[in-house]
Design a protein around this ligand. Structure first.
Ligand code: ADE
Length: 247
């Protein structure tokens, strides 16, 4: 079981994404556990203040060190799980990082808000920072949900293992296209090989579609897959036919 501890000022934002569909079922099956902690509960003043104006002046508010640090310390305990801050300054979250986190027993996700958090908490308690892309959200909550969702579906048993084997980014290539009935829709037939019943031919066609699509849409991924030794001799012959020049 993989436990996610999520520290946030807005726990109600997690209702919906974590209470429906696959994440709901994964919790019911005890494959993952989700614990939401409200950082404000660790603020000791009468108004439970969690933010304050920045030293040096400027726009926005900063999350205060003491309540956030107390929340993190109370959550972390003795087993030293990774303490991950969601922040646009972090390392870009990828499928490889999702696989890495899915191996952990526990992951602590800290959602930054306002202009950010007091830098001293970062230095003292955060072990890793992740960004979900080069854009700025109103807070780390949506980013934490993205990470949670991508990691949870890789925990064994959460979804059918076959669905994660050949999906986009699993081995550096994009996914092949999918079709379901009817065989012809608005004059568009399904590729004949898929209804041929030849499993070997289907597998070969799917592999080629993955290569073709990755070349067309994400040549950067193809170059990386090649460097990492993920492409077979057949792959390279096919890609050369498509005009790809490996470096
Ligand atoms: N908080 C605000 N923007 C973010 C982003 N792009 N990724 C992660 N956390 C964020």
């Amino acid at each position: 079981m993989l436990t996610f501890d999520i520290l946030t000022l807005f726990p109600a934002m997690f209702v919906g994404p974590t209470t429906e569909s696959i994440l709901k079922r994964a919790q019911q099956a005890d494959l993952i556990a989700l614990r939401l902690h409200n950082i404000r509960d660790w603020a000791t003043d009468r108004h439970h203040t969690a933010d304050d104006a920045p030293y040096g002046g400027g726009a926005g508010m900063v999350m205060k060190a003491a309540p956030l640090a107390a929340a993190i310390r109370a959550t972390v305990g003795d087993d030293a799980p990774p303490v991950i801050l969601l922040s646009p300054d972090g390392e870009t979250f990828t499928q490889a990082i999702a696989h890495e986190l899915a191996q952990a027993e526990r992951v602590v996700l800290v959602c930054g808000h306002y202009e950010g958090l007091d830098e001293r908490v970062r230095e003292a308690l955060i072990t890793r920072e992740l960004s979900i892309g080069d854009y700025v959200l109103t807070g780390g909550e949506l980013a934490a949900m993205v990470v949670l969702d991508a990691v949870a579906r890789l925990v064994p048993g959460v979804i059918d293992a076959a669905s994660t084997a050949e999906e986009s980014h699993s081995d550096g290539l994009l996914e092949y296209p999918h079709y379901t009935r009817p065989a012809v829709w608005e004059d568009r037939p399904v590729p004949p090989v898929l209804v041929s019943g030849h499993h070997g031919e289907v597998a070969k066609w799917r592999r080629r579609e993955r290569l073709r699509r990755t070349l067309a849409r994400r040549p950067d991924l193809l170059a990386r897959a090649h460097t990492e030794g993920q492409l077979t001799r057949d792959d390279l012959v096919y890609l050369a036919d498509l005009g790809w020049m490996s470096t």
